[in-house]
Ligand binder design. Structure first.
Ligand code: R5P
Length: 299
């Protein structure tokens, strides 16, 4: 039997088991267990069954906090090939290191390019969700593997329509315009974008556009990422100051750095919701249905 006559094999990297099970069920793929542990000295031990010989393999690994995860991922990809997998791809709902897309200061590492080279050297294909494409037009500018980008906007739009009364979608900075527009326009919701200047990792200044015609609406802050929480917290402060009710925050990737949740609570957000691209208590918006067609094409 050729590899395409057999179902693909899905392998969860540690922490990605729930999404992997959901995808395997819907794709009719075989779930393969990765045995993974750390030796006492901190190095990784990995083992896969010989049964992946001659099979197509998809690894499932979301890469939030990537420095703890990348070694295991690259070891697993090499092991799968060593054991005879014919094609090895990566389902990576959150793709890390996309924000270091330029040298903001002389001498800084262009980690987006280094990271893209590492993944491209080990994988045949990549499916990801809303990577932070700002100064790069597409993943192909830095990745040399086959890739597909899945947009979470339809799922965010649906959640907002079901959960928020009279919403106005607000992107907290210029970079979020693409997400605000994609969420608002298909649902025919009003939308606006703020302007941001970043003064440091946790310090931002925002300018609010004219919102005078939107009285009586509930602001919904839509962005791709919450990291320090500074962007959304400052946007919330300004919306409350402008007399709006507490905003609902809807983001694709909830990275939630240290103290970000306290910051958001103190700023006065009504609720924070994100997709399950990253496992977090706020991950109420499922992505598996949106991921399936792209995986099906590339696997
Ligand atoms: C900006 O590049 C992104 O779209 C987000 O606005 C940003 O990453 C959020 O970061 P933080 O939560 O640290 O303000």
């Amino acid at each position: 039997m050729t590899d395409t006559q057999q179902p693909p094999c899905l392998i969860a990297l540690p922490g990605n088991e729930p999404l992997t099970r959901a995808l395997a069920d819907q794709l009719g793929a075989d779930l393969i267990d990765l045995e993974y542990r750390r030796f006492p000295d901190g190095e990784s031990y990995l083992r896969l069954p010989d049964a992946i010989k001659g099979r197509r393999v998809a690894l499932v690994a979301s890469l939030d906090r990537p420095d703890d995860k990348i070694a295991a991922l690259l070891f697993t990809a090499e092991l799968a090939r060593d054991l005879g997998a014919t094609r090895v791809g990566l389902i990576c709902p959150y793709l890390a290191y996309m924000r270091q897309d330029t040298r903001f200061h002389p001498g800084e590492a262009l980690t987006s390019r280094s990271f893209a080279r590492w993944l491209s050297a080990h994988m045949d294909w990549l499916v990801t969700v809303d990577p932070h494409l700002h100064r790069y037009g597409s993943l192909d500018e830095i990745y040399t593997l086959e890739s597909e980008v899945v947009a979470a906007a339809p799922a965010l739009s649906e959640w907002i329509a079901e959960s928020v009364v009279r919403p106005v979608v607000i992107g907290p900075d210029g970079e979020s315009e693409q997400w605000a527009r994609a969420v608002a326009e298909p649902a025919k919701l009003p939308w606006r974008v703020m302007a941001k200047t970043r003064a440091g990792d946790r310090e931002v200044r925002l300018e609010v556009p004219d919102l005078s015609d939107l009285e009586g609406h509930t602001p919904v802050l839509v962005d791709d990422i919450i990291s320090s929480g500074a962007t959304v917290a400052e946007a919330t402060r300004l919306l409350l100051e402008a007399g709006f009710p507490a905003p609902v925050v809807v983001v694709v990737h909830g990275l939630f750095g240290p103290r970000s949740r306290e910051l958001l609570r103190h700023a006065g957000v009504a609720r924070v919701v994100c997709t399950n691209s990253v496992n977090a208590p706020e991950s109420d918006i499922g992505l598996s249905r949106l991921l399936l067609p792209a995986i099906d094409r590339l696997v």
